[in-house]
Ligand binder design. Structure first.
Ligand SMILES: O=C1O[C@H](COP(=O)(O)O)[C@@H](O)[C@H](O)[C@H]1O
Length: 266
């Protein structure tokens, strides 16, 4: 059974005692947003992260979701990517392809992966160009308060250091205001070369979910959600604050273990 509540900033925090519950609720959440978006806009533009997120989305490949989700209307993007070949074990594309995309009937031309044959800088530039074209044709909506793309859903994981996408603590990339997609060649977590959506794009989405499991991330979760610690304001996960969109945290009991007031009733 999930503990669920809105905190003072209007974010929703869902905490699950069992991983299976988190997985099911995450699949329900994504399926519901897909249905609403397809009804409203005819398409669903979803941006994926790498890491643990993909296996946590695994229920989507099973019934009922595998049959009820309108996969043909999905357009897939990556919030961040490591600059490695698409068949490399570190590739976020490969992770999503093996764990999700190859198991459901997504239209291959709707899968917008990042070019793995060019430099990080060029790949970021090319990816932003692709997104601009799709904003023009309204496959991706546009924010009415900035010129940023407005993805229907951006799914993020979080590292133990509080990084989301490839936005790392104390990195100058956190200050990027102009570009939609940028690159770094000095990621503290290997591999060093990565491309990533910037905070203005993440914060322009209609819906953002941050999905976090495990004790190693409990301190960063506490800092980001409870607003504690000297580094809190510049913690990348804390800087995820959709301007008009909804933010939902999906946490297992371990990741939520240091939150103020997170207690399960018997
Ligand atoms: O390097 C990355 O790490 C984060 C977090 O990964 P996790 O395995 O700790 O969940 C991930 O969200 C990001 O996409 C990835 O490039």
């Amino acid at each position: 059974m999930a503990l669920s509540g809105a905190n003072k900033d209007g974010r929703e925090v869902r905490i699950y005692e069992y991983l299976d519950e988190l997985n099911t609720d995450l699949a329900d959440y994504i399926a519901e947003l897909s249905e609403a978006s397809v009804k409203e806009r005819g398409v669903f533009a979803i941006a994926l992260s790498g890491g643990s997120l993909i296996s946590l989305m695994g229920k989507l490949c099973e019934a009922p979701y595998s049959k009820t989700v309108d996969w043909a209307k999905w357009y897939i993007f990556w919030v961040d990517e490591r600059v490695v070949a698409k068949n490399h074990a570190d590739s976020n594309y490969k992770l999503a392809k093996d764990g999700l995309l190859s198991k459901v009937p997504i239209v291959p031309s709707h899968v917008h992966s990042i070019n793995d044959t060019v430099s990080a800088e060029k790949a970021a530039e090319d990816y932003e160009f692709v997104i601009r074209q799709l904003v023009r044709t309204r496959v991706i909506s546009v924010s009415d308060i900035s010129d940023c793309p407005k993805f229907d859903l951006i799914l993020l994981g979080m590292g133990p250091d509080g990084h989301v996408a490839s936005l790392f603590p104390n990195h100058s990339i956190l200050d990027e205001k102009e570009e939609w997609v940028t690159f770094l060649t000095d990621s503290p977590k290997p591999p060093p070369e990565r491309i990533t959506f910037t905070l203005p794009v993440i914060n322009s989405a209609s819906n953002v979910a941050i999905v976090v499991t495990g004790t190693s991330k409990a301190e960063a979760v506490h800092s980001a959600i409870d607003d504690v610690g000297p580094d809190c304001p510049t913690l990348p996960a804390k800087m995820v604050q959709p301007t008009k969109g909804n933010l939902v945290w999906f946490l297992d009991k371990a990741a939520a273990s240091k939150l103020d007031g997170a207690k399960f009733s018997e």
